[in-house]
Ligand binder design. Structure first.
Ligand SMILES: Nc1ncnc2c1ncn2[C@@H]1O[C@H](COP(=O)(O)OP(=O)(O)O)[C@@H](O)[C@H]1O
Ligand SMILES: [Mg+2]
Length: 512
């Protein structure tokens, strides 16, 4: 511990000022003060200023707040002020780890990185971190996927089952060892491959040759089928579909069986329905042996659902199907507790006004009811403002990397209990690979320098396969998925355009 200054002026139980005698502490630094009744109390500098006093001397002042002290394994907050003129020191590792709750045995914990400014390793308890759902939010390029990779590595070490919805196919790279030795050395991390623990499935095996084919059961409710048809159906066409499904009730059927049943219809409207069903059949997602819950959730296994090259509506269908089946299974204890991680979550459970997704309903249900059965969600997104508030607000652990967009900052502030303007400033000033960790696993929001990966990060991992990819490109061109345009994206843009137009009109008419 180093002496940094003395308490100056008025002292409150949790708030006080320090006249600093050193310039080597900064905003956010942890310090400690000996309290006459409680002993060493951990505190933190939350602001600093520098000025010339009336004697013409330069003064460096800091304001700080007390975080807590430890008594009988409990973290308590001082209820009486420190003595004026108490001496203030830099906090030592032991006190920081004890009070912040970031030291756990390595077992059942996630080694996330190093505490900013203190080089203290941050170990988060697995149960507390993911138990009540978790969100990982940041602007593009700030390090979300990299952080997800770190968390996946840690959960795999703990044999925790994971299913990840991977729209860009970036997590297969956990098979390959990282070769950035300098970065790993800094965090005391060794290269490792998780190849033996990974199962990767995809609807598009041509684009994703490392993955096995994903097949879903072709059993639908009418609503589901209408939702995933590649065109809008009118009432007559819906009726034709309804009648066909009625005919097939109580038996296992394929898409071809539905087509055959529709063919029996006398109406001329059936041809459009048939052509839509043929498009679905040709997507291949319903062909083969359907994936089972035991294949998806298994101790020590990371199941990657690689959606690269899959049309958005089919992506939503895959997520909905898998999430619904797993939720039903976990409710009757057929599968162990597991983490369900969704990248680009704003596409699968968009906030009202930002589109509509078939998968929203089940994700809302899981967000509110999943935890008690051990269905743990992790939502990852670069557009927090566009995620369903009902889902976001259920995430009790937040890992937030750099965010600058005001709407996104607002959405984050609304989803976190006790969010302060200070936290907003921290989030805006984070650099790539730095995260603010808030919520269940920590006593206090902390800034962590996310550790280096043991495995290659997605983009690099993809490069490994690029040669193979090029060879296959010719084939891909020929059999490009039937739905090429991302209609959801177009719809969303239209809605936003409309909204801003309405706002404009309103502002003209409501002007005084
Ligand atoms: N903790 C980190 N350590 C080192 N490099 C990082 C870290 N986080 C991110 N990066 C770098 O930043 C790039 C973008 O990170 P990524 O996680 O892909 O961003 P996002 O998913 O938020 O768009 C990565 O390719 C990597 O090079
Ligand atoms: Mg990413």
């Amino acid at each position: 511990m180093r002496f940094v200054g003395v308490i100056s002026g008025e002292v409150k139980p949790s708030q006080f000022n320090i006249e600093l005698s050193t310039a080597d502490v900064e905003r956010g630094s942890f310090i400690k003060v000996n309290h006459e009744t409680y002993g060493w109390v951990l505190a933190r500098i939350d602001d600093m200023k520098r000025y010339i006093n009336n004697k013409g001397e330069e003064v460096l002042m800091a304001s700080a707040y007390a975080i807590g002290y430890k008594q009988n394994n409990q973290i308590l907050i001082p209820k009486t002020p420190f003595k004026p003129k108490s001496r203030v020191y830099t906090a030592d590792r032991e006190l920081i780890m004890d009070i912040l709750g970031i030291r756990k045995s390595k077992k059942n914990s996630i080694y996330l990185g190093l505490l900013e400014g203190h080089n203290v390793p941050v170990y988060l308890d697995v149960g507390k971190t993911i138990g009540k759902h978790i969100s990982i939010l940041a602007k593009t390029g700030a390090g979300k996927s990299y952080t997800v990779g770190v968390i996946l590595e840690e959960l795999l070490k703990n044999d925790f089952p994971i299913v990840i919805i991977d729209p860009h196919g970036e997590y297969g790279s956990l098979r390959y060892e990282n070769d950035d030795y300098d970065a790993m050395l800094k965090f005391n991390v060794k290269p490792r491959s998780y190849d033996a623990q990974i199962k990767e499935y995809t609807a598009n095996i041509i684009i994703n040759p490392d993955a096995e084919k994903l097949t879903l059961k072709p059993q639908f409710s009418l609503e589901e089928l209408i939702e995933i048809m590649p065109m809008k159906l009118n009432d007559k066409q819906k009726e034709i579909l309804y009648n066909a499904l009625r005919r097939l009730e109580h038996q296992e059927y394929t898409i071809q069986d539905i087509i055959n049943a529709v063919r029996l219809d006398k109406s001329g409207s059936k041809w459009k329905v048939i052509s839509g069903l043929e498009t679905l059949r040709n997507s291949g997602i319903f062909e083969g042996k359907p994936i089972t819950k035991e294949q998806l959730v298994r101790r020590g296994q990371l199941t990657i659902i690689n959606l690269k090259g899959t049309e958005p509506r089919i992506q939503e269908l895959i997520l909905t199907r898998i999430a619904t089946d797993l939720f039903n299974s976990i409710k009757i204890s057929e599968i162990p507790r597991f983490l369900f991680l969704i990248e680009e979550a704003h596409n699968f459970c968009p906030e009202r006004g930002f589109g509509d997704a078939f998968s929203s309903q089940i994700l809302r249900t899981i967000a509110s009811e999943g935890r008690k059965f051990g269905f743990h969600l992790c939502v990852v997104s670069q557009r927090p403002a566009r995620i369903d508030k009902n889902v976001l607000s259920q995430c009790n652990t937040q890992i937030i990397l750099k965010v600058t967009n005001p709407n996104d900052l607002k959405a984050i502030s609304q989803s976190i209990e006790g969010f302060t303007p200070g936290m907003e400033n921290i989030i805006k000033e984070l650099s790539v690979g730095q995260a603010l960790v808030v919520g269940e696993p920590v006593e206090q929001p902390i800034v962590v320098n996310i550790r280096a990966r043991e495995t290659k990060h997605g983009v690099l991992g993809r490069e490994i396969n690029s040669e193979l990819g090029e060879k296959r490109q010719g084939v891909i061109e020929k059999i490009k998925p039937v739905f090429i345009k991302d209609e959801r994206e177009i719809m969303r843009e239209k809605i936003i355009e409309k909204k801003s137009l309405i706002d404009k009109i309103k502002s003209i008419f409501l002007r005084d």
